[in-house]
Design a protein around this ligand. Structure first.
Ligand SMILES: [Zn+2]
Length: 402
């Protein structure tokens, strides 16, 4: 520290200490309800920090976080990306074509450069076969793929379930499924026949994972929810608004589970089935802690991750995320979850450009703006489609201009 900087810093500390002592302190500014920060280092409710150690009440009634939408005045270069630079496999979709929607879908996908939409909500049995048969009967058979789901939604599991579910999966793959999807309820909420929670690493389910390995198909697993959904929605919870909006996300009320417990059971599943290829959906909900995501990948060579619904976490740490994507460029797949043509360009922009401080499309997800990672072309191609082709061999393997 330079001498001048040291003097300034020391003066600031003296000012803060004085302000914390109350009236007469050199921090001054007691007008309009100025108060020292409390014992916990926090301003009391209704006040905000105006100097180090000193809080103040606004003169006007404060808008709620629902209504406060400041517009950035920052002027910097912008690079809108309506169309992905390379063709894309959306490995995490829940949308498939119907006679009424297929032409519209193809038009939208072509405009965005999405070549394959992979529907994880394939169901099983007759429902799955109908979905596969429909797209195979159109001239867009290679644009829509389907993953199968668990027999009876994994409900009422009892001895013998695993064998039956594995046989169902084998039949579904014969009928055209190219992978298997585990929904978040499985492992978190779904009960066994005996009334206990079905843990995702329950040995009864092993025949399913072994069958997936033998059939050379991936298993995509959605475990848990974002970390903050398991914590009290107090004034420090960065997902407060989302929890206030959507009652079904309040996992802090789910007494049987915690974020760490669900992840531990998931990691045990990965470890005990090393021949099964798993895709951890939503970065395993570790996008806010890429060190943790890196350990997941380092410890489990049979696991890859996909980036659906975590863009707000990548976009707030563009340098760390860039380095993570370069380091793990063979282990990351593109996914989006909600199919919304207007939202995909935000993903292209974060992944492809060096843009700074641009808005995000959902206010309740993130109280911050996004930055672009500016990934190199070779990494983009792997993330957009090349990794998916290796993980899910049932995807169309030709026509990618490689
Ligand atoms: Zn999903």
């Amino acid at each position: 520290m330079s001498r001048a900087a040291f003097v300034l810093a020391a003066a600031a500390m003296v000012g803060a200490a004085a302000a914390a002592q109350g009236p007469g302190g050199q921090g001054g500014g007691r007008g309009r309800g100025g108060v020292p920060v409390g014992a916990g280092g926090e301003c009391p409710p209704g006040t905000t920090l105006v100097r180090v150690g000193q809080c103040q009440t606004p003169e006007w009634p404060a808008p709620s976080i629902v209504d406060y939408r400041p517009k950035s005045t920052l002027v910097v270069d912008e690079h809108r990306v309506p169309r992905a630079k390379f063709p894309v496999v959306d490995i995490h979709s829940h949308t498939g074509p119907t006679p009424a929607t297929i032409d519209r879908l193809i038009g939208e996908m072509d405009a965005l450069n999405i070549r394959v939409l992979n529907n994880l909500s394939g169901g099983y049995g007759a429902e799955l076969k109908q979905k596969v048969d429909f797209s195979r009967g159109t001239k867009h058979a290679d644009r829509f793929m389907v993953f199968a789901n668990g027999l009876n939604g994994f409900r009422d599991v009892e001895p013998g379930y695993g064998r039956k579910a594995a046989a169902q999966l084998e039949a579904d793959v014969k009928n055209g499924a190219i992978g298997f999807k585990i929904f978040k309820q499985t492992g978190m909420d779904t009960l066994k026949k005996d009334g206990t929670r079905l843990k995702i690493n329950d040995p009864e389910l092993s025949p399913i994972w072994e069958t997936a390995a033998r059939l050379n198909i991936p298993v995509i697993i959605h475990t848990g929810e974002p970390q903050e959904f398991f914590n009290q929605p107090d004034m420090h919870n960065e997902r407060w608004l989302e929890l206030a909006l959507f009652g079904d996300r309040r996992q802090y009320l789910n007494k049987g589970v915690t974020f760490d417990l669900l992840n531990a059971e998931r990691d045990d599943l990965f470890k005990t089935h090393p021949k099964t290829r798993f895709i951890a959906a939503h970065f395993g909900w570790h996008a806010n802690n890429l060190g943790r995501a890196g350990r997941l990948l380092a410890e489990h060579p049979n696991v890859v991750i996909e980036l659906a619904a975590i863009l707000y976490d990548l976009g707030r740490q563009p340098r760390t995320a860039h380095d993570f994507f370069v380091k793990y460029q063979d282990r990351i797949l593109f996914g989006k979850d909600t199919y919304a043509p207007s939202e995909f360009p935000y993903y292209w922009r974060v992944l492809e450009t060096p843009d700074e401080y641009f808005d995000y499309y959902r206010d309740y997800h993130a109280f911050w703006n996004l930055y672009g990672m500016g990934l190199p072309d070779a990494v983009l191609q792997k993330v957009y489609y090349q990794n998916a082709l290796k993980i899910a061999p049932g995807l169309p393997q030709t026509g990618w201009n490689r």
